[in-house]
Design a protein around this ligand. Structure first.
Ligand code: FES
Ligand SMILES: [Fe+2]
Length: 335
């Protein structure tokens, strides 16, 4: 069961509003959704991390009870960044400048002087869930928006069943808009040019509110052979994707997308898979598979990093999935 901390974010912000769009991407830069703040192993007990993304600065910390929190970084006293030198004291984060303290809900818990009254001081906080080895926070440009969906636990993940390899992590920043990456799995015609597909694969997709499932079937060609390809993509909102492969080999992936600014998107993920009957594969796949996944993404970096978003692309009939994905994705932008 995934527990959501601080389900109601506060109104207002101490940080400047984000820039609206870029010339390349005439879209809102920051869709509403769950974003990966950091991996759980990067946030030990009492740790504080600075996070600059989505047009503002956040402070990520883990309190003495082990609960992770994400609050806006700038202190309402005089604007110091709580994540740059701030310390966790009990269940609060102490500002490095004059020592004001804030709990994970953003409530000011202590000021060293008699005024102002701490009870009347709050800093915006963001709903947090910790799942699949990651600390995720909910962000919306709409003041006071609450999450309408949660993120699923990867099955199997914790604990891993016997014979499964431990997850491997990867990360890369692309100079592109988050939607360009999300659209990619629905772009049927590019699979033959970038992902070794013998033919454009068959897509069977279904949307259900903020969730979209896409089953991809086809063949991949490798030197001297053709292999069946069976992948299921499960999207939860604009920024979280589970990938389950059954052919040519079993594996699970989690991909997350985080806009750093209107033209840069940080892609982070993990991959894990079962031990096979082939000792050679068991030896080479753990270090190799994350590189293959990253390579698959990097192969297209040159396209993503130089393309622009066309509101009215000249799509062919078989590219209908792109149109459908765009229609579904539009729900995550605030009007
Ligand atoms: S700026 Fe944070 S306590 Fe003064
Ligand atoms: Fe691709």
């Amino acid at each position: 069961m995934t527990k959501i901390l601080h389900p109601r974010p506060l109104r207002g912000s101490t940080a400047p509003e984000p820039r609206p769009t870029s010339a390349r991407f005439p879209l809102s830069p920051y869709p509403t959704g769950w974003y990966l703040a950091c991996w759980s192993h990067e946030l030990g007990p009492g740790a504080v991390r600075a996070l600059d993304c989505l047009g503002r600065s956040f402070a990520v910390f883990r309190d003495s009870q082990g609960a992770p929190h994400v609050i806006d970084a700038h202190c309402p006293h005089m604007g110091a960044n709580l994540a740059k030198g701030g310390k966790v004291c009990d269940d609060t984060l102490e500002c490095p400048f004059h020592g004001w303290r804030f709990d994970g809900s953003g409530q000011c818990a202590h000021t060293p002087s008699s005024s102002p009254n701490p009870a009347k001081i709050r800093i915006p906080s963001h709903p947090v869930i910790e799942v699949n080895g990651g600390v995720f926070f909910f962000f919306s440009l709409a003041p006071g928006a609450s999450p309408e969906y949660s993120l699923p636990p990867l099955e199997p993940f914790n604990p891993l069943p016997r014979g499964w390899r431990r997850p491997r992590f990867f990360a890369h920043t692309f100079r592109t808009h988050i939607q360009m990456i999300a659209e990619n799995g629905f772009d049927v015609l590019h699979f033959t040019r970038f992902h070794y597909a013998a033919e454009p694969p068959r897509l069977d997709y279904r949307a259900d509110g903020p969730r979209m499932t896409n089953r991809v079937a086809g063949e991949i060609r490798a030197p001297g052979l053709r292999l069946d390809l069976r992948i299921q993509f499960d999207l939860y909102g604009p920024s979280f994707l589970l990938v389950t492969t059954t052919e040519p080999m079993a594996g699970k992936y989690m991909l997350t997308y985080l806009p750093l600014d209107p033209e840069r998107c940080l892609v982070r993920g993990l991959v894990y898979f079962p031990r096979t009957n082939n000792p050679l594969l068991n030896l080479i796949m753990p270090p190799l598979l994350p590189r293959i996944v990253r390579r698959n993404l990097l192969d297209e970096a040159n396209i993503w990093e130089h393309m622009t978003y066309l509101a009215k692309p000249r799509l062919s009939r078989e590219e209908r999935p792109t149109r459908d994905l765009r229609r579904w994705y539009a729900q995550f932008y605030e009007a």
